[in-house]
Design a binder for this molecule. Sequence first.
Ligand SMILES: *Cc1c(COP(=O)(O)O)cnc(C)c1O
Length: 365
Amino acid sequence: MSFCDLAVSGVAELQPYVPGKPIEELQRQYGVRDVIKLASNENPLGPSKAALAAIAQASKDITRYPDGNGYGLKMALAEKFQLAPEQITLGNGSNDVLELMARAFASNGDEIIFSEHAFAVYPIAAKAVGAKGVTTPAKDYGHDLDAMLKAITSRTKLIFIANPNNPTGTWLEPALIRHFLEKVPEKVLVVLDEAYIEYLEQVENTVAWLKDFHNLVITRTFSKAYGLAGLRIGYALSHPEVADLMNRIRQPFNANSLAQAAAVAALGDQAYLQQARELNQAGMKQLIAGAEGLGLKYIPSNGNFLTINVHTNAGEVYDDLLYEGVIVRPVANYGLPQHLRVSIGLPEENQRFLDALATVLGRKK
Ligand SMILES: *Cc1c(COP(=O)(O)O)cnc(C)c1O
């Protein structure tokens, strides 16, 4: 007997999510010192001082359970977005709310649509609830909204759209998404995953669309531009009834107390966010210039990462880079076997990556 035979069929078929390799693991396994990690789209600035101060303060109370309703953070978010707190669902990272959506709305025999090369959590969330993941072909590495519309059937419960998308960095103009929402039947929920939205300046406020489209759910996170990935805190903005349903199935204390306190402080630290944006823009230019200098193509990106075509088996290049002490992300499991995704780091980290890439590719020629 195999326990796989006993598992829920979707779970038995699943491949686990592959995270970026932690720095300590590389040091342990390869004996490499002086490691840099540009593999998980983390914020290279380090945490906001305001967030750190809030954590220090909140840590005095960690013998107590967190506020299970996340009152302070929901009030801060409600104020920022001009929404009712009842429209907000907090999560242990936005990953948590993505999964809550699948669990609340889909089960055996239902269909969940997402794009080729889209975020790996969508197929996992679909399979874990026994739903069928329906992958639509990408267009220029990004989402093909027409193909997604055509894929809708009577069994479709959810559509996941990442904008910008990870790992491609591709961007859909908000007007196109709005047009798409006008055509999606109201009984199909559309989850717009905006994990990287804070990196874009002067972007249309999709949150204002919630009053027009009750089937729209917007997810955001404190892991990327706000620099709090290790704390695990994200949220969904939705119709109150959708939030209520997610609330029924979430773990009672899915957002921990340090994360709630830090998130409130981070929201108030817009100078940090601006600094993160500027660092990202400069780093993006640096990486693009470096890739072009090496004669490599890349997918134009709106995130805090660049996905570069190394024109050879990217898994091997990834391994060779590890020996140089540089951790990036291979994306073969996203259907991109010749690409590497590199997160934008500090200027010196970006340069280390580019130098290591030149060395590794030179060695291969
Ligand atoms: C990083 C990321 C997330 C969420 O990360 P959390 O840390 O769980 O908030 C969600 N969607 C996309 C597309 C991402 O790249």
